[in-house]
Every structure is written in structure tokens, then in C-alpha cells.
Design a protein around this ligand. Structure first.
Ligand SMILES: [Zn+2]
Length: 337
């Protein structure tokens, strides 16, 4: 069992990070491809400029350095830098929810299975998506599935996805689904922008533990409604949660966390950082602010342990592994480094 993270009274597992694989292999950026097909490269450059200015202002506000244009070295070097971050901050593990495709991320995770966990991430509407999920979990050793819902033009509750949900339920893996604005793609609308589209899926497949990130990402009321009726939906805390600035009423981290604690309890709140690029590495500031907010709300030591460690290890099946039992019989031992 790893020791407590530096300065914090319990072990910390980061449930939501992105392995910075560049150039990103498929699934790539379908939004850019579609925009350029319809409107051309010149207009794409104009709308990108708006987003770049906004991103720069956000980084300045948080004191984050500019990302390296390309990670230096290959995946092995980036993995070594990430391993240093995990050890430096005393994290139990970090979960990479994306990372350049399933095979590539599985190789990264296999290089340090004691520190890294990886999720499958591929187009849920692609032919064979269910079989690919099965392959990613059973043969590659990935432990969950990530979907970025607003990137898809067809609704997530479409019957076509039933085989995918059946596979996830049978494998017993968590499914992390992003809803709400996508800063990098400039998306704030579409059929999968609100977490309410998950209602029939979550109720239809109660064996799937769904996790919706970023404390609802602009849709806290919708997510609270969903979590109120669906006991298999959890929330992750990851990111700066800057979306609170665009709510039509005052909202801060503490008041938001309190709503989720009141509605779902500490058992369904999971710490994540949304860390991705270097030189920032692990976004320690998010951990410190979220820990402080929980303490100010009077969250008990037992519940702090759930939020920052225990819930994630339960969903990932790591608790059983620590006790010597196979974590999830469906998940293969990661390939040796
Ligand atoms: Zn993320």
C-alpha cells in the first residue's frame, strides 16, 4: 500500500489524467476534420485564435506554464516523466483516461503497472466498438472506457450502442463520460452536451459504474438529477472547474461539493486532476484546493479517504488486487515492460 501523498493525511489516487501522446493517433479530432471539410482551413484558423487567447488567459490566472509544443522524446520518456511526478507527489497511482490509442496507452501502462492505470478510448459508434472494448480490457489490460460525448453527433442513448454497454457491464469496468463544453474544440452545444442523455443508458445498464467528470462541467443541476435517480452514476472533481464562471448565479467549489455530498454522498465523488501536459505535470494545485474545500465542509476522515482514494480503487478493482485476489478476472495482467 503506497504511503500518503506529501502533506495529506490519506493516500491519493488521481482518477482522471491524460497521457500526452503526440502526435495523437486515432481517434484524433473529428471536430476539426468536419469543420475544415465544410468551411476550410482559413476559417478554422480564425476560430482557433479566439480559443488560444482564452486558453492563455486561463493559464495565466492559474499560474500554469505554457505546454511544450511536442513532448520531448517518445512515449517511454514521457512515461518516465510521469512516473517521477507520481512518486514526487506521493500519489498511489494515476489513471490515464486517454493516451494516443488503446495499443499505445497499454504499452505505456505496462511499463509501470505499479503506478499507471489506463482506459480504452475509441469511437463508440465505430463498427466493432464493443469488440474493441473487449480486446482493450481482456487482452491489453486497460481498466475502463472513456467517451467524450459532445464530439459525437448521434445521441449516446441510441440503440446502436447497446452491444457496447452490454460489454462494459459484463466486464465490470467503469465508463467515464465527459459532458458539457469542450474548451479545446470550442463546443458548447450538441445532442450529447447534457448528462441527461445518459438517463436511459444508466438505468438500462445498472451494472455499469458511470463517472461524469468536472463536477458536472456546466450542467450541475442535470448531473445532480441524474445521480439522484441513478445509483450507478458518480462524479469526478477533475480540472479547474472554471465553468463555474459562466453559471448565471454565484457558485464556488465548496458549495458545489456540498450539493454532491448532499445528493449522492462521499461514496460517489472521486478525485481527479485532469493533468496532461508538461512542464506542468501533475496539477497539484487542484488537489490542494479540493482537499481544502472538503476540509472546510467538515468532510470526515473516512469520507476524505473515499473521495481521494477508496472510491477509485473500488471502481478499478484495485482493492481486491492489494489483498492478493485477482482485481477483475476479465482484465488481463498487463503485458510485461
Ligand atoms: Zn480530461
Amino acid at each position: 500500500m503506497p504511503g500518503p501523498a506529501t502533506g495529506l493525511p490519506m493516500p491519493v489516487l488521481d482518477f482522471h489524467a491524460h497521457f500526452p501522446a503526440r502526435p495523437a493517433s486515432p481517434p484524433g479530432d473529428p471536430v476539426r476534420a468536419e469543420y475544415v471539410r465544410r468551411h476550410g482551413e482559413a476559417r478554422w484558423a480564425v476560430v482557433q485564435k479566439w480559443l488560444e487567447a482564452d486558453l492563455a488567459a486561463w493559464r495565466a490566472a492559474w499560474g500554469f506554464p505554457e505546454p511544450e509544443p511536442e513532448p520531448q522524446g517518445g512515449d517511454a520518456e514521457t512515461a518516465a516523466r510521469w512516473a517521477q511526478e507520481v512518486e514526487r507527489h506521493g500519489l498511489a497511482r494515476v489513471v490515464f483516461v486517454t493516451g494516443g490509442g488503446n495499443d499505445r496507452l497499454a504499452a505505456v501502462v505496462g511499463s509501470r503497472p505499479d503506478l499507471f492505470v489506463g482506459f480504452a478510448h475509441h469511437d463508440p459508434f465505430a463498427p466493432g466498438a464493443a469488440a474493441e472494448l473487449e480486446r482493450a480490457v481482456v487482452h491489453l489490460g486497460l481498466r475502463g472506457y472513456k467517451i467524450i460525448a459532445p464530439l459525437h453527433r448521434q445521441r449516446l442513448d441510441d440503440d446502436r450502442l447497446a452491444p457496447l454497454w452490454e460489454t462494459a457491464e459484463r466486464l465490470g469496468i467503469p465508463v467515464l463520460v465527459h459532458f458539457g463544453p469542450l474548451r479545446y474544440q470550442g463546443i458548447v452545444a450538441g445532442p450529447n452536451i447534457s448528462p441527461l442523455v445518459l438517463q436511459d443508458v444508466a438505468r438500462g445498464f445498472p451494472g455499469i459504474p458511470f463517472v461524469v467528470p468536472h463536477l458536472g462541467c456546466g450542467y450541475p443541476r442535470e448531473l445532480l438529477h441524474l445521480m439522484w435517480v441513478c445509483g450507478n452514476v458518480s462524479v469526478d472533481t477533475s480540472g479547474s472547474n472554471e465553468w463555474m464562471r459562466w453559471m448565471p448565479y454565484d457558485l464556488d467549489l465548496s458549495s458545489l461539493l456540498r450539493r454532491f455530498l448532499d445528493t449522492a454522498g462521499a461514496e460517489r465523488i472521486i478525485f481527479g486532476s485532469d493533468s496532461s501536459w508538461f512542464p506542468r505535470g501533475f496539477a497539484r494545485r487542484y488537489l490542494d484546493e479540493q482537499f481544502r474545500a472538503c476540509c472546510e465542509l467538515g468532510v470526515s476522515d473516512e469520507d476524505l479517504r473515499l473521495i481521494f482514494f477508496g472510491n477509485a480503487t473500488r471502481l478499478l478493482g484495485l482493492r481486491k488486487e492489494a489483498s492478493g485476489q485477482p482485481a477483475n478476472p476479465a482484465i488481463a495482467k498487463p503485458p510485461p515492460p
